[in-house]
Design a protein around this ligand. Structure first.
Ligand code: CAA
Length: 385
């Protein structure tokens, strides 16, 4: 039985900054091309001070239910994947359940393993639907990626949420049962309780990511008993967790080099590059990053195919899995108009960005959607405009 992603919707905040302008502002005599070439990021989405993981999730889930005219009575689970949680106990998904009007008989929870938790939630939902435990599930991945002002990680921030509906006979992508895994304990990136921003070892994080990609791919090949180069050849799209475009590019070429894969350059343009277009304009969205890259790849899909997906969560864990892209997936994703929405965003100056993102100040807006109304005793009240 085919089970997978039947509907997908992305919510991206309506403000952005030009990463080139940020690099110039922070250059202090250095050549900004240095960092720009290292990350390959063009623009970064910036949320308003009244947006959080719940408002972005609710906007994504509501948008999905409306766009796909979903029968909400069939939804029996909602899971939020995030690494920007503001509560150690209460699940952000509970707020979202109420905001989008899901029934009381819905399983509601939140999951964590850095950027990979959305993938674990997706695979769990696929298995539960396949086993007949639930009819359909919403998995929503939502994050605000925030680093220290002036750090080298500042060019790789971003914000947004992606909601997917997991169901039988999916219209977008059917997830295949075998997955490859690679996990090991490493201090590449973590955010202990009380820290507003993560502790990051940039170089170690890149090295761990590449090792994990190679490990999970080798494990997948072992499980399906095929040669790794044959698998690369067979895939129509290879989609990576994309903290910044050059990370996906480096991981792809490292994987090919390791396998002495001859067609790497030619296949990069066709199989990997389309997935980098939307991420290069949004930035890192942690848990949602792989699924935004999937949407980006599918924007240019015109037929059925096989996609390979790499998910990486710092700390670390990783998964490689595959899916069958459905014949009309490209048309469905294009109907969302994500690239058009990105072009309609408001560009902030670096000074406005610092005020709204770091100092949490208000700026003028014509925002429409869910917003944080107040926080009383740590409990959040939400409303919509
Ligand atoms: N103008 C010119 N040069 C600049 C500059 C500017 N505005 N800002 C920084 N630079 C230079 C630095 O001076 C340095 O130059 P040298 O090599 O000559 O010293 C160079 O740019 C690189 O800076 P760092 O050495 O400080 O950076 P790094 O190599 O430690 O890390 C990075 C770089 C990974 C790209 C950084 O953006 C980062 O830490 N990002 C967050 C972590 C991350 O995304 N890692 C990816 C894998 S982990 C993952 O995927 C999970 C996840 O989602 C986070």
């Amino acid at each position: 039985m085919n089970v997978g992603i039947d509907a997908l919707y992305a919510y991206i905040p309506g403000n952005y900054i030009d990463v080139r302008q940020l690099a110039i502002a922070r250059a202090e005599g250095r050549d900004p091309l240095k960092i720009l070439n290292l990350v390959g990021q063009k623009e970064m989405a910036i949320p308003f001070n009244f947006e959080d993981i719940v408002t972005m999730s609710a906007n994504a889930v509501k948008g999905m239910l409306e766009h796909f005219n979903t029968d909400v009575s069939q939804i029996e689970r909602i899971v939020m994947a995030t690494e920007s949680s503001f509560d150690f106990s209460k699940a952000g998904a509970s707020y979202v359940q109420e905001l989008v009007g899901l029934k009381k008989e819905t399983e509601v929870y939140e999951v964590k393993h850095a950027c990979a938790s959305g993938t674990y939630a997706l695979l769990d939902a696929v298995n539960a639907v396949r086993a007949g435990e639930i009819k359909s599930a919403v998995v929503v991945m939502s994050d605000i990626c925030r680093y220290e002002r002036g750090s080298s990680a500042e060019y790789t921030q971003g914000a947004g949420a992606v909601a997917v509906l997991v169901a039988k006979n999916p219209r977008i992508i059917a997830i295949e049962p075998k997955t490859g895994t690679c996990s090991f304990n490493v201090a590449d990136f973590y955010r202990p309780a009380g820290c507003e921003t993560p502790i990051v070892d940039g170089k170690l994080s890149i090295e761990s990511y590449i090792n994990a990609v190679q490990g999970s791919f080798a494990d997948y090949a072992h499980k399906i008993m095929l040669n790794e180069s044959e698998i690369l050849e067979r895939l129509d799209n290879i989609i990576f967790h994309t903290p910044f475009p050059k990370m996906a590019e480096r991981a792809y070429f490292a994987l090919c080099k390791n396998l002495n894969y001859a067609n790497s350059e030619r296949h990069f343009e066709k199989k990997v590059k389309p997935s980098l277009s939307i991420p290069s304009r949004v930035g890192n969205v942690y848990t949602a990053s792989l699924y935004l890259a999937l949407a980006s790849a599918l924007e240019s899909a015109d037929r059925e195919g096989i996609a390979g997906l790499f998910s990486y969560g710092s700390g670390c864990t990783s998964k490689f899995f595959t899916g069958i892209v459905m014949p009309y997936a490209g048309n469905i994703i294009r109907s969302l108009g994500i690239s058009k929405q990105l072009s309609a965003r408001r560009k902030l100056s670096i000074e406005e960005y610092e005020r709204v993102f770091y100092d949490q100040d208000s700026i003028d807006n014509d925002y429409r959607g869910f917003k944080v109304k107040s926080i009383k005793n740590g409990y959040r009240e939400y409303g919509s405009v």
